[in-house]
Write a protein that binds this ligand. Structure first.
Ligand code: ZN
Length: 465
């Protein structure tokens, strides 16, 4: 594939509109229309217009790509023949726009009405949310765009190539194709990274994935490349899997252990185990202290050691499924989950085993004694997530979902700086919790693939693997 590498700096999205191009049929004339990008703070929509009669109504509609519904805003202005109005979409405020990650795009239009009843709707104008605070280097093809601002071309190329291979494994081996292009933004500096994240992001967060937008934001520097390659591949796997299995039913079908296990399995070209997780997994095998698979269906344990074990175990189970029964079956399972089968229904249909039976087949393979299963199912760790539906466009002022993911540490943060004593920031908004990577799912919203970072990990910069 043809690769393009280039630099671009501060970007101000500016659309000057020729008056003759707009409103040729209407006495309403748009003198100018601009969008100023000031990420991570805000983007400002401004319009200047005039008409033969006083302009009385002015409305901005924004369609954010990846969000089903548009958002309408009516900025204040004084009715007059010449008007100027501004709406500031605040990335840090839930009530006036809300967070959007860099790389996302959308379209907007202004609706104007004057006192004589004349109406003008401006043509849809596209925009891209960009982060002009850094001088980004970019490497991209049709499937992937990697942006970084510290590190040479070889650094970016290494991340790009690993991410492409991770994507190709999912596409060619597991049949997850027709996924929209993904964007990866690598923030070398922790402060830069946090200033670019949504409000209430926990300080131990190491990466954030927004599958609705196909954007991954990740924090690592070139001197931590090995970790960064694993973490980027891991988050990319989540993003692609959830791009395939998107929707109200499918998202619930994927057992959490399968989602995480596949992400760990796809961290390297040779699907080698993650040394950090093996440290928890191997002793648990020896001491018959493995976690029941069913109890990891919706989320992982909060305890740091148990969480590491959960990752190692999930990796081992997914490896067993793919390498013992073949990629085709695993691909078939994902297809069934895409249609909304429950975790056990899907497994039984494709593998002839439910989660308990699969667990014992796997335990036999790794030399662990079988688990006794009672007729009463083991409880799962969390209830199913709830959804919050947006109102129809006609009745809503702001329909864009807010950046509401619970900020927990991501897999990407497992080797990042230690978490604070309190897991959730005091001001974190109340939101539904899903089983997706311990994060949060809102319909047409944003998912953070997260897990609390184990407490006993060494700070990232001194622990590479
Ligand atoms: Zn994960």
């Amino acid at each position: 594939m043809r690769l393009r590498i280039f630099l671009f700096g501060a970007v101000i999205a500016l659309a000057l509109v020729s008056p003759s191009a707009l409103g040729a049929q209407s006495p309403i004339v748009v003198k100018s229309q601009t969008l100023d990008m000031n990420f991570p703070r805000a983007m400002r929509f401004t319009i200047q217009a005039e008409s033969s009669a006083p302009l009385q109504e002015l409305r901005l509609t924004v369609w954010q790509h990846g969000v089903a519904l548009g958002s309408r805003f009516t900025p204040p202005f004084t009715p007059a023949k010449n008007v100027r109005a501004t709406f500031e979409w605040d990335f840090q405020s839930f009530s006036s726009g809300g967070y959007l990650p860099p790389g996302t795009r959308g379209e907007y239009t202004w609706h104007l009405v004057d006192a004589a009843g004349n109406v003008l709707d401006t043509p849809r104008t596209s925009y891209i949310v960009s982060d002009p605070t850094q001088k980004w280097s970019v490497l991209s093809n049709d499937d992937l765009r990697v942006s970084w601002y510290v590190g040479d071309a070889a650094f970016g190329a290494a991340v790009f190539e690993r991410a492409i291979l991770a994507r190709e494994f999912l596409a060619k081996d597991l049949g997850i194709e027709n996924v929209d292009a993904l964007q990866v933004f690598i923030y070398a500096d922790k402060q830069d990274f946090f200033e670019s994240l949504p409000p209430f992001s926990a300080e131990w967060t190491g990466g954030r994935t927004f599958p609705e937008y196909g954007v991954i934001m990740i924090n690592f520097a070139p001197d931590n490349l090995d970790w960064g390659l694993r973490a980027t591949s891991h988050e990319l796997s989540h993003a692609i899997l959830h791009a395939k299995i998107r929707g109200t039913i499918g998202e619930l079908s994927i057992p959490h252990w399968l989602d995480e296990g596949l992400a760990v399995y796809n961290e390297t070209n040779d699907h080698a185990p993650d040394a950090q997780f093996e440290e928890a997994f191997q002793p648990a095998v020896r001491h018959n202290a493995l976690i029941p698979l069913r109890s990891m269906q919706l989320r992982f344990p909060d305890d740091s050691g148990q969480a590491q074990l959960a990752y190692g175990q999930s990796f081992s189970v997914v490896k067993f499924m793919i390498e013992e029964y073949g990629k085709e079956k695993f691909a078939a399972l994902l297809d069934i989950y895409e249609k909304g089968s429950s975790p056990d229904e899907g497994l039984t249909a494709v593998y002839g085993m439910d989660q308990d039976e699969l667990e014992n087949a796997w335990r036999k393979k790794i030399g662990a004694p079988p688990r006794e299963f009672s007729s009463a199912r083991l409880p799962t760790l969390a209830p199913r997530p709830t959804y919050e539906f947006s109102s129809p466009l006609e009745t809503v002022t702001v329909a864009v979902p807010q950046a509401t993911s619970t900020p927990e540490a991501t897999r990407a943060a497992l080797l990042a700086t230690p978490p604070p004593a309190s897991a959730i920031p005091a001001q974190a908004p109340q939101i539904p919790v899903s089983g997706l990577c311990g994060g949060v799912l809102m319909l047409s919203g944003i998912v953070a693939f997260t897990l609390r970072r184990p407490k006993n990990q060494i700070p990232r910069n001194t622990n590479q693997h």
